[in-house]
Write a protein that binds this ligand. Sequence first.
Ligand SMILES: C[S@@+](CC[C@H](N)C(=O)[O-])C[C@H]1O[C@@H](n2cnc3c(N)ncnc32)[C@H](O)[C@@H]1O
Length: 413
Amino acid sequence: MPDTVAISPRATLNSTPAATPADPAFSVLVTCGRGIVPFLREELAALRFPVKRELETGIEGQCSMADILRMNLVLRTANRVLLELCKRQVRDANALYSAVRDIPWERWIPEDGYFTIASHVSTPSIRDSRFANVKCKDAIADRFRTLTGRRPDSGNERCGVVVFLHWVNDLATLYIDTSGESLSRRGYRKIPMEAPMQEALASAVILATGWQGCGHFVNPMCGSGTLAIEAALQAQGRAPGLLRSQYGFLHLKNHDPLLWQKLRTEIRAVPKQKLAGRIIATDNRPEAVQAAIQNARTAGVEQLIEFQVCDFTETPIPPPEGVIILNPAYGERMGEITALEPVYKQIGDFFKQRCQGYRGFIFTGNLDLGKKTGLRSSRKVHFYNGSIECRLLGFELYAGSRRKCKQTPPQAE
Ligand SMILES: C[S@@+](CC[C@H](N)C(=O)[O-])C[C@H]1O[C@@H](n2cnc3c(N)ncnc32)[C@H](O)[C@@H]1O
């Protein structure tokens, strides 16, 4: 494909050259929810991802395309892996159009492919981010038409190449969203039930409890089972991305299916850890437990979790130790909150009377309700559930001295 069409130069004084698939390393932004960066940092450190900068909701670094595919497969706490194409000073919609048109899209998007534009726009020159999206779409389509006389289809479905525009004040950054859909959507939660926790958040919350597959993991009020399912996936060291078949990078022109296949085979072959404790999930609503069982089946961990329909106070607590975690409702309106006060008080009593030897945790969006347990929390970890500021409250419930957990060696299935 000729590179000599009359399109303005790739690099200008206030820009860097746009990335191309031939580059050996890409600037990458791995995004996550607020409060999750410390857990994502640990995951990226384990992958030896060279970190350049930490933001409130993501971590930037540089890596190869193979690393990008691996991150999409194995990261538990991330939302998206964004490949940076170009960063430009952009003052208005016309400047945006030019900046986008300068990017060599023909090297990324197949001519007969499909692309969609997503964006975060906060700039005085544009009121409606949809206008910015249309400008980007037009710029890409016009570049293709000029070059080849044809253009890829576009629309709102995230089923092809996903282009992400981040435009704040005068700085616009164009990315390819290699994940396409958020990585938090593992694909196992076919039946979500009431107020389900996002999968990536649940995974970070489990990491915050320090549970690593030793001792038991008990989750009363399990709802759709997200915490128990994520705990089972973590304990076995299963890559959550193996549950998904759809990713943005699969639709890139330069996608290497052999590399992808090799990576999946390699990760599948990693022996699964054997559980050193029991995972128990209960809820007082039979339909919630049914949904949780179905979701665990879809995730391939049904046989690792013991489900039961019961009031949380009747949940089996196997001795001698483990982690017990509840995510009770926290209400929005005053009446709901008042009605929940006795529930939190009961959770406190239950922890004191039945859960000795355990580390107890409550994930709540209402700190005042957390205080109704009557227990002094030894830890408070900040999280956000969407826009709601939440806390993971930790309680030491030890009866005696803490025993050392023996890690069982990995076993192939
Ligand atoms: C906020 S939801 C939990 C959501 C869950 N973390 C998920 O990801 O789906 C709270 C759950 O507590 C359950 N619940 C409320 N009161 C209960 C009780 N007394 N005993 C057991 N479960 C209860 C509800 O049925 C609901 O499924």
